[in-house]
Ligand binder design. Structure first.
Ligand code: C2E
Ligand code: MG
Ligand code: MG
Length: 284
């Protein structure tokens, strides 16, 4: 079994490499297996899993147009575990559909309580796409919560579209025909393919945080953002700048013509029950 662990590490490191077994490999694998079992239990009991919400604000009106649902896991020993750590575990262990359903149902239910009628945006893993099951899952969450389809926004990254391209677009088309909005997340980091923009009528492009943080120092980043915004305008898509943390970044994305912004400057992701005090936040 130790030889197998070394083989696994060698495969993960890429072609044409060898790895010697080390005890850290074993500890890491045991830790991962433990996390997977604990995540499975958390999902079964619907315990210690939370959905936080981060507002997305229109730059002209200052109104919250949507809130992005971001899943959080409160681990008994480790405290808050970020999704970047446990979503991949869910993807690799077949738990992602269950996790995805949990977030979708929670988010839709929560959104029915928002007096401002903002949309709720839910992230979808590449593993949930292209299996002809997404529309059914989404329909169930809408029916269960009573949320109108056009108040739901699904966020996909381009990585999700690359695998099973035809099937993935078919899933998105079904959502579109139900009236659900679809946003392209983290734009600029992956393939940033114009073919994708042509293949599907996305409602929104979300410009990756790395461009926003670069705006003040890099003329290239500003030029790329300007080009993406122009594409968005030309194609009737709204454009959200992700990860706006400072007044300077806010001024820059506003000057470039982004329609919306999201970031710690306006609000961090908050638990559902903390949202009420933010509903009537003054304009940014
Ligand atoms: P994302 O969809 O791009 O989500 C935005 C991430 O940026 C969130 O991190 C959010 O907390 C963070 N963020 C927002 N504003 C700022 C800012 O001003 N500065 C900085 N430094 N960060 C900011 P989070 O919640 O850790 O989520 C990370 C990623 O995990 C998400 O990226 C998304 O890809 C994934 N994820 C989160 N929730 C879910 C989920 O329910 N399902 C799936 N499949 N993936 C999820
Ligand atoms: Mg997202
Ligand atoms: Mg993003």
């Amino acid at each position: 079994s130790r030889a197998d662990m070394a083989l696994y590490a060698a495969k993960a490191a890429g072609k044409g490499t060898a790895r010697l077994f080390s005890s850290t490999m074993e500890t890491r694998i045991q830790e991962r297996a433990r996390l997977e079992a604990q995540l499975r239990a958390a999902l079964e009991r619907q315990d210690r899993l939370f959905v936080f919400y981060q507002p997305i604000v229109n730059l002209q009106t200052g109104k919250v147009t949507a809130r992005e649902a971001l899943v959080r896991w409160h681990h008994a020993q480790r405290g808050w575990v970020p999704p970047a750590e446990f979503v991949p575990i869910a993807e690799q262990s077949g738990l992602i559909d269950q996790l995805g359903r949990f977030v979708l149902h929670q988010a839709c239910r929560e959104a029915t309580r928002w007096e401002d009628g903002a949309r709720v945006a839910v992230n979808i893993s590449p593993m949930q796409l292209g299996k002809a099951t997404l529309a059914q899952t989404v329909r169930a969450a809408l029916l269960d919560s009573g949320l109108a389809a056009d108040r739901l926004e699904i966020e996909v990254t381009e990585t999700a579209l690359i695998q099973n391209e035809a099937e993935s677009f078919e899933d998105l088309r079904q959502l579109y025909s139900m009236g659900v909005h679809v946003a392209l997340d983290d734009f600029g980091t992956g393939y940033s393919s114009l073919a994708h923009l042509r293949a599907f009528p996305f409602d929104k492009i979300k410009i990756d945080r790395s461009f926003v943080s670069d705006l003040e120092t890099s003329a290239d980043s500003a030029a790329i953002v300007r080009a993406v915004l122009s594409l968005g305008r030309g194609m009737g898509m709204t454009t959200t700048a992700e990860g706006v943390e400072t007044q300077e970044q806010l001024a820059a994305v506003r000057a470039l013509g982004c329609t919306d912004m999201q970031g710690f400057l306006f609000s961090r992701p908050l638990r559902g029950d903390d949202l009420s005090r933010l509903l009537f936040q003054p304009a940014v």
